[in-house]
Design a protein around this ligand. Structure first.
Ligand code: GLA
Ligand code: ZN
Length: 666
């Protein structure tokens, strides 16, 4: 059964209401709910006194309608008794101020005290629900790492010292790799090493990157403690966590996902923070492809938008059809479960305006009908979809060390690693070419094209991996600021792109960091592109080819006429080096060129705003067409299909998609 559900907070509503909620859910074909991830003060009202009765009763009511349950460990928001007894559990922000009670996600992940309480509630829940047949799985905590910049307290600093000791073994090695001699920062003891507090000003980049790794590990360890307990005491149930896609950049999500059975994803396509912006469906698509890439396996959506978002500001209302469209987009990108956040809009609390399937008043309305429609559709089609896989011939490498190193040193004030990746991703997305977003050390031979955007921190094993991929016949695109740093965040000794120079067949002779009001022209001369001109921005590597051919040259500044983009043949493969970091048309154009070079066919050509994706099962393909436009759009099909959302009606030739319409074609 395809998991289709809602996040539900029975503790927000009188118990007399629960049966009606369960009945309405059932009538929308909801078969799973997530519960309890913010219910600590109801589950452990006082230290050591656990109360599961109410939750048992809620689960029974839901089970009476065939609805199964995922339970969240409630550690993302601590109860007041814990906070007042142990003020040291609060996180300290980078400015040195300790957080205080009143919100959530405010604990220090290394705090021994907090970890003790977190293990205790996890253990009590695991024991109590291990044999409950209606509880099918666990969610650890909630959006680990979110809403803050991490903890900088003294306990964390001490832990950082231990972490460094493990990583470097000796202070001599640490001092050498960080180049601590610069400004005389040579450390004699581990305890001298500071946290990169604001009061310390711009830190040593080596220290700063290790701190980010350490801070990520702290959450990974925190989660692991819960997972160990759940695996031991409740081995029959799956464990997941709700992550935040490509958007969130504080934790190494590859590490966080590793011990999970599958990745959960919270996707809000239209947030209240971006009320002025148009929805950009490519960002949701990138989020899904990133989540699917963490374990190279299908994921679930644990929170799918069910209404306007809102804390202080209320976001634009989802247009009729959008919620369903977005949920199908999740499925089209590999989601094997959809859970809407949330069932009913809360009357209280910070998220009063984060709208659920039902409004505050609790009566079914437009959004309920839309989700009910989808529930019925999924009831029919779910088995066909579930377990089918997205197949991508293009991979984009996502590297957290690099992302963090750019947070530490932006290089150019207009540069954002995330924006750079998005721009490259869109180049493929717009042409309906599926993409996997994967770890740089992953096996790449299955991909026809690999893109390594600005791979700034380049571990030797990643360089080897890329070299092997190219030698074996792969097509690799790398961009400026690749291979600049070693793993200690020191600049490498060889000419750029460092360890990638041999396969790129090029050396960066010098570079120019461009102000936001300047760009440079590119004149193309490679076959297939000759005569074209485009603008590039942010960064200009001036290239000296060793074995590479010139693809494009700059047209302005003192380096006019010098190579900007090159193509090198290495082994059975080739490397395209783009010595620039932006250009709104540039990466779309380069993607199209690479697709031709690597003989990759788009799934289908579609008009602007209509997305095509596919999932495969048993050699059969499901083609998803998603019209993100508020107007109808016409798509020309490549042959006859059956439209599974219209009882298998045959469609062919030019088909019109209504605003926000979805087609699943077989
Ligand atoms: C996140 C959280 C939820 C809720 C929603 C809406 O994804 O996991 O608890 O806060 O956002 O803000
Ligand atoms: Zn701390």
């Amino acid at each position: 059964m395809f998991p289709f559900g809602v996040d539900y907070y029975p503790e927000h509503w009188p118990e007399e209401r629960w049966p009606r909620d369960a009945r309405l859910m059932h009538e929308a074909r909801i078969n799973v709910v997530r519960l309890a991830e913010f219910a600590w003060s109801r589950l452990e009202p006082e230290e050591g006194r656990f109360d599961f009765d109410w939750l048992d009763r809620a689960i029974d009511v839901l089970a009476g309608h065939g609805i199964r349950v995922i339970l969240g460990t409630p550690t993302a928001s601590m109860p007041p008794w814990l906070a007042s007894k142990h003020p040291d559990v609060f996180m300290t922000l980078q400015d040195g101020k300790r957080r205080t009670y009143g919100n959530r996600r405010n604990y220090c992940p290394t705090s021994e005290t907090y970890r003790l309480y977190s293990r205790r509630i996890t253990q009590a829940m695991a024991e109590h629900y291990a044999d409950n047949p209606h509880v099918i799985g666990w969610q650890t905590d909630n959006e680990l790492g979110g809403q803050t910049g991490g903890c900088y307290c003294e306990a964390c600093r001490e832990d950082f010292g231990r972490w460094l000791q493990e990583r470097y073994g000796s202070l001599d090695k640490l001092n050498e790799q960080w180049g601590a001699v610069f400004w005389s920062h040579v450390y004699n003891t581990w305890s001298e090493i500071p946290a990169p507090l604001e009061s310390g000003s711009s830190p040593n980049p080596g220290l700063a990157l290790d701190w980010k790794r350490f801070a990520s590990d702290a959450y990974v360890d925190f989660q692991q403690e819960q997972i160990d307990i759940l695996r031991e005491l409740s081995p029959q149930k799956f464990i997941t966590h709700n992550l935040m896609g490509f958007r969130f950049d504080q934790l190494n999500y590859f590490d966080l996902a590793e011990p999970l059975d599958f990745v959960g994803y919270d996707i809000y396509v239209r947030m209240q923070w971006t009320i002025e912006n148009e929805v950009d469906p490519s960002l949701a698509a990138l989020g899904h492809d990133t989540m699917r890439g963490l374990k190279r396996q299908n994921h679930w959506v644990i929170e799918q938008q069910s209404g306007s978002g809102g804390w202080e500001i209320v976001s634009v209302a989802p247009r009729p059809g959008e919620l369903r469209l977005w949920a199908y987009q999740s499925i089209a990108h590999g989601a094997d479960g959809i859970i809407f956040f949330r069932w009913r809009t809360a009357r209280w609390g910070t998220e009063q305006y984060w709208h659920g399937v039902l409004d505050h008043h609790g009566e079914p309305g437009r959004r309920y009908s839309e989700i009910q429609q989808m529930g019925h559709e999924i009831h029919v089609l779910g088995d066909l979809i579930q377990g089918s896989e997205v197949r991508a011939e293009v991979a984009i490498l996502h590297h957290y060390d690099t992302r963090w190193a750019f947070q530490i040193q932006q290089n150019n004030p207009s540069f954002s690693y995330a924006e750079h990746v998005k721009q490259i991703y869109r180049g493929f997305y717009r042409q309906n070419v599926p993409v996997d977003v994967v770890h740089p050390a992953t096996e790449l031979s299955g991909f026809k094209i690999v893109v390594a955007p600005a791979l700034y921190v380049l571990p030797g094993e990643v360089a080897d991996n890329l070299q092997q991929y190219v030698q074996g016949g792969g097509t690799l695109l790398i961009t400026a600021r690749s291979g600049v740093k070693d793993e200690a965040n020191a600049v490498v000794e060889q000419p750029l792109p460092g360890l990638l120079a041999p396969i790129a067949g090029v050396a960066v002779e010098e570079y120019d960091s461009l102000p936001s009001w300047k760009s440079n022209g590119l004149a193309f001369e490679a076959p297939g592109l000759e005569g074209e001109t485009l603008e590039s921005a942010i960064w200009a590597d001036v290239l000296t080819p060793t074995t590479a051919e010139v693809v494009a040259r700059y047209t302005r500044e003192y380096y006019a006429g010098r190579p900007a983009i090159t193509l090198n043949h290495a082994g059975a493969g080739r490397v395209l080096y783009a010595g620039t970091l932006a250009g709104s048309e540039l990466f779309t154009r380069l993607a199209r060129w690479l697709l031709e070079l690597a003989s990759i066919e788009p799934l289908l050509e579609t008009p602007h705003g209509v997305e095509a994706t596919a999932r495969w099962k048993n050699g059969r393909r499901l083609l998803f067409l998603l019209n993100h436009n508020e107007s109808s759009a016409t798509v020309t099909l490549d042959h006859d299909y059956r439209n599974l959302l219209r009882e298998g009606a045959v469609v062919s030739g030019n088909v019109s998609l209504a605003p926000y319409e979805v087609m699943i074609l077989q």
